[in-house]
Design a protein around this ligand. Sequence first.
Ligand code: PRP
Length: 178
Amino acid sequence: MQRPYVIDELITAKAIAARIEELCREIHSEFRGTDKLIVVGLLRGSFIFIADLVRELDLPVEVDFLEASSYGDGMESSKEVRILKDLRGAIEGRDVLVVEDIVDTGFTLSHVIGLLQSRGPARMKSIALLDKPTRREIAIKADWTGFEIPDEFVVGYGIDYAQRNRNLGFIGSVRFTD
Ligand code: PRP
């Protein structure tokens, strides 16, 4: 049984779109001139962010996905990061942009970057829409961050609570009402 809750809007769809435009200008400067960029989305949480990001990015890109799981259906991170689905393509000698929805403890991003680095990309950068720095257990930060947020339980724009609410167009925080 799930606890009853309401969702308070934390970051509007408009604010997200504006921030993505800014981030894409910076990403464009970093990768200008390359024709070997692969944008790697970490499933499932990044699926909406990566969709908006690549459409705003005026660069030739390939898109691939990797699924790493550190949470079950609950709210607590486990330190065990499992690769549930690997990339389809090789990244050796390629430019790679890893796209994450949220960095919490840092275990997922750290594990994924370590794994992909071992495959010999020419250059690897990372971007996270959200960052909860106060929750960090591993010293890692994405090269670009959309928004730093407090330690609130957030949903929407790809992020779930018990697999629900990924389809909200905004980021909201879950407030339990029981
Ligand atoms: C969540 C989130 C990040 C990760 C962040 O993924 O999408 O990938 O946890 O937490 P961490 O910094 O503590 O590792 P989750 O495993 O819930 O999978 P999902 O993306 O499919 O929802």
